[in-house]
Design a protein around this ligand. Structure first.
Ligand SMILES: Nc1nc2c(ncn2[C@@H]2O[C@H](COP(=O)(O)OP(=O)(O)O)[C@@H](O)[C@H]2O)c(=O)[nH]1
Ligand SMILES: [Mg+2]
Length: 445
């Protein structure tokens, strides 16, 4: 598919890298050229290509290859992370009662995507219907009603009624029992005033939870302008990029949308009703980079925290003081990238929902905890039970924090100690996995 060639063109250069444990400037430049060529072929914006490749090169030369990994794995990881930065945003779709409005220019794939999306929600077990508010284009009613009939999707429309807003009002009344209502609207060849007016009125009546802008992948970098214009006109909550199966230029549309700050919700990859995929940047990038199983690579990166750094040995013997926790934080910091590593430590004490992806905040908190621990005496680090209010106050003052924060840290320590206690005598290597199971999370790569 799109950018699919990147993997192939990288392979050759990568073969040279295999078994090396260092990346020199010459190899880095070769790889960067391949990356640039593939991205430019996929119509990605030149400035973005330059920025991306510059970052990859800098990091490839600067960051040390982790022990146990070869240069190829090292650079795969970097390419993966840099791509994540530009494609990382996804529209979250909740599986709940909701109204959805489809907008976009004529021919972009709105009607097809409306039916695909209805099927998507049906498969998820939600009672879903479709309302046809395209009263502009002759034949729009027939197209959608036929599509729905064939695929058993409940449909509402009024043939002959030219007032799209009234059709939506009536449809909402008639289709009350349905949990998800998807409204297909009319498009024009350009975003004209009367179209904006109609969209605004439908928006006011429907009060959509989601407004999806449908874009044809073939428009490439033009996606940026459209995405901006529609955002300004009615506000959109996500983008659906269609016809990614039919163009080699999809990279342009995808990256251009991300540049505007909009997020991609779904991608259309064919004409059939099932050819709609929830956009998953991780698997997208894995395919894109074509360098094999990045998921297991990232898992290995996570597991390669050395046992002595983690102080796991002692922990398994039952020893887990603030000192071991400190070492653990240090090991985590060394490992980077923080956002992925973060998922392997227990969060009981942070009160932070990982779903928020609030990694920066959490990293900040870990760093704060380290600063606080730097103000503790050796005795305190070895004997956390000794903390009374006067010791807590002293540490708070010494570290420039406050009493509540020191207490937070001690609570986090207790949670962690409890967690470690449960693994006594267990297998060291499997620890991260066990942590993740215990906290009901898995590494999402
Ligand atoms: N290959 C391919 N064709 C698509 C896709 N989505 C829509 N189409 C086709 O694009 C054309 C226009 O789609 P339509 O839904 O009528 O666009 P609308 O005017 O925005 O409602 C139709 O021929 C669709 O079959 C897709 O993901 N892949
Ligand atoms: Mg249509």
């Amino acid at each position: 598919m799109i950018l699919g060639n990147l993997g192939n063109s990288l392979k050759e250069t990568f073969n040279k890298l295999a078994r090396l444990n260092k990346i020199d400037k010459k190899i880095a430049e070769e790889i960067i050229k391949d990356v640039q060529r593939a991205l430019l072929q996929a119509d990605v914006n030149v400035k973005l290509v330059m920025k991306l490749s510059e970052n990859i090169k800098k990091r490839a030369l600067k960051e040390e290859v982790l022990e146990g990994f070869d240069a190829k794995e090292h650079i795969s990881k970097i390419i993966y992370e840099e791509f994540s930065n530009i494609l990382g945003k996804v529209t979250e779709i909740e599986l709940k009662r909701q109204n959805i409005m489809m907008v976009g220019l004529q021919g972009s794939g709105k009607t097809t995507s409306t039916a695909k999306l209805a099927k998507y929600f049906q498969r998820k077990g939600l009672k879903t219907c479709v309302i046809c508010a395209d009263t502009f284009r002759p034949g729009a009613y027939d197209q959608l009603s036929q599509l729905c009939k064939v695929h058993s999707i409940p449909f509402y429309g009024e043939k002959g009624n030219e007032n799209a807003v009234d059709v939506v009002k009536n449809g909402l009344n008639e289709m009350k029992e349905y949990e998800v209502k998807i409204v297909d609207t009319a498009g024009r060849h350009a975003l004209e005033d009367d179209l904006i007016q109609e969209m605004k009125e439908i928006n006011a009546v429907l009060k959509p939870d989601h407004k999806f802008l449908v874009l044809d992948a073939a428009i490439g970098q033009e996606a940026e302008v459209q995405s901006r214009k529609f955002s300004e006109a009615i506000g959109i909550t996500g983008v659906i990029i269609t016809k990614l199966d039919g163009t080699a230029k999809g990279g342009g549309a995808l990256s251009a949308v991300s540049e505007t700050g909009s997020s991609i919700a779904f991608i259309g990859v064919g004409e059939r009703i099932d050819d709609l995929e929830k956009f998953d940047p991780d698997s997208f990038i894995s395919k894109l980079v074509g360098l094999g199983d990045l998921k297991s690579l990232m898992e290995r990166v996570q597991e390669s925290v050395k046992p002595d750094e983690m102080a796991v040995e002692e922990v398994l013997k039952g020893k887990f003081t603030l000192k071991e926790m400190y070492k653990q934080f240090e090991a985590i910091n060394k490992m980077g990238p923080f956002n992925q590593l973060l998922q392997m430590i227990p969060f009981g004490g942070f009160g932070i929902d990982l779903k928020d992806k609030d990694y920066e905040k959490t990293k900040y908190k870990l760093d704060r905890y380290k600063i606080i621990m730097d103000s503790m005496t050796e005795y305190e680090l070895e004997n956390p039970a000794c903390f009374d209010s006067s010791r807590i106050r002293r540490v708070a003052i010494g570290s420039g924090s406050d009493i509540a924060e020191v207490r937070d840290l001690l609570n986090y320590y207790k949670t962690l100690k409890k967690a470690f206690g449960m693994f006594k005598g267990g297998n060291i290597r499997g620890l991260p996995g066990k942590f993740m199971k215990m906290f009901g999370r898995e590494i999402k790569i």
